[in-house]
Design a binder for this molecule. Structure first.
Ligand SMILES: Nc1ncnc2c1ncn2[C@@H]1O[C@H](COP(=O)(O)OP(=O)(O)OP(=O)(O)O)[C@@H](O)[C@H]1O
Ligand SMILES: [Mg+2]
Length: 276
């Protein structure tokens, strides 16, 4: 009887085993006046539920292009992307139910200047027709989660860059996305703020069990946050190597002084150097 009870509260096995994201043979060409750019080609990648994958690679290697295809913003020229076993793209049309589970954070925080922090965070809920009271409550919880309690009524111009980026993360989390796509979200921050943001992001992701695809140019940041680091090379953008980072989580900043951490950083750096 006990096992029946356990089985009844667990999702069916297929739900647990199936990758959250299944990317197969994905490619994207851009046709411009000066010819065709093979931005991304032949990408195969399975991402598990709750996994944190960092994408690194030189400028122009196709990281943003890949992220936009996963995020339903750009149709692939080839291949398939499945979200929970369902195709995300049908030709150039995106499955609208799949993208409701996504949260996107861009390099710039993209907050609306005329909305308060709270209204910015609550906006995706408003667009989905969630009632005022519920969305304010949820936005308040999220503001606290990203360390912005007390700043709910502030306007973006009154916040520091790091605070704005945290508000953007809270906004991306407002719809409870279990897939978070982040394109160099901390690129514009100073080293200390960035370190704090890394810790905060790790905490939020662990708390919400989100699956994350995170683009960064910063190798230590990738190794610190990720379960796997995917190194892409340009023209066409392909996967060159995938490095697992097995250190248990939550990780502390001290990890960055350990030999195991530095070995992985060194290996990735060397691989980037040897690209050509
Ligand atoms: N809309 C577009 N039209 C034409 N070419 C594009 C377009 N978007 C991207 N590309 C080309 O595709 C390639 C990959 O670009 P992408 O923005 O994905 O690179 P990236 O790895 O994100 O670079 P960065 O690290 O500089 O952000 C580049 O050669 C770029 O010129
Ligand atoms: Mg980019």
């Amino acid at each position: 009887m006990a096992s029946e009870t356990v089985a009844s509260v667990l999702p069916p096995t297929t739900e647990v085993d199936r990758p959250r994201l299944k990317i197969q043979g994905i490619g994207r060409d851009f046709h411009t006046k000066s010819g065709v750019t093979h931005a991304v080609s032949g990408i195969d990648l399975d991402i598990q539920r709750g996994e944190f994958v960092a994408l690194i690679g030189r400028s122009g290697c196709g990281k943003t292009t890949l992220l936009r295809m996963i995020g339903g913003l750009l149709a692939p020229s080839a291949g398939t992307i499945e979200v929970d076993g369902k195709p995300l793209w049908k030709g150039s049309r995106v499955d609208p139910t799949a993208i409701t589970k996504l949260g996107f954070v861009f390099q710039e925080s993209n907050l609306f200047p005329w909305f308060s922090v709270l209204d910015n965070i609550a906006l995706p809920l408003k667009l989905r027709g969630v009632g005022k009271r519920e969305r304010r409550e949820r936005a308040q919880e999220l503001a606290a989660l990203v360390g912005l309690a007390g700043f709910e009524k502030s306007y973006p111009r009154e916040l520091s860059g790091g605070m704005r980026q945290r508000a953007a993360i809270a906004r991306a989390l407002s719809t409870r996305p279990d897939l978070l796509l982040m394109d160099e979200p901390f690129g514009a921050l100073d080293a200390l703020t960035r370190e704090r943001m890394n810790l905060e992001l790790q905490r939020i992701v662990l708390e919400t069990n989100s699956t994350v695809v995170f683009v960064t140019h910063d190798i230590p940041e990738a190794v610190f946050l990720a379960d796997r680091v995917v190194h892409m090379t340009p023209r066409p953008g392909r996967i060159r190597q995938i490095l697992p980072v097995d250190t248990p989580k939550p990780r502390t900043i001290d990890l960055q002084t350990t030999p195991e951490f530095n070995d992985i950083v060194r290996a990735l750096r060397q691989d980037l150097d040897e690209e050509h």
